[in-house]
Design a protein around this ligand. Structure first.
Ligand SMILES: [Zn+2]
Length: 120
């Protein structure tokens, strides 16, 4: 099984660091939106409380997903430092470089991912 070249690893590392930065920023921006809805009608303004609660739950779920993705990105960066990056968690095969470039935080190869997707 071929290994990723240093050049490929460097490209992925760059992408991961960029993602880490973007995701952290998103979490920061999202923090206010996800904070508890003020029950005080005056601060809610024209939007109804129902709408505010709905928006909050969307913001919370986005935030959860973003946090999860950030954690994966950080795991990938750690794996990269340990030379254990790019292997599928399920079958231990090297994940295709194209896939890693598109989703550098991927921890499953395409076939295991498809398998996992059809299961859920
Ligand atoms: Zn796999």
């Amino acid at each position: 099984m071929e290994k990723l070249s240093n050049q490929q690893l460097a490209a992925i590392r760059k992408r991961l660091l960029q993602l880490e930065k973007n995701l952290s920023q998103q979490i920061e921006i999202n923090r206010d939106a996800a904070s508890i809805v003020a029950l005080d009608q005056t601060s809610v303004g024209r939007i109804s409380r129902m709408e505010a609660i709905q928006q909050q739950s969307i913001a919370l779920s986005t935030r959860r997903k973003t946090c999860l993705r950030l954690k994966r990105v950080q795991d990938a960066l750690r794996a990269l430092a340990d030379n254990g990056y790019g292997f599928c968690e399920q079958c231990n095969e090297l994940i295709a470089f194209e896939r890693l470039l598109a989703r550098p935080e991927a921890n499953l190869c395409i076939s295991c991912q498809n398998h996992a997707d059809t299961k859920t």
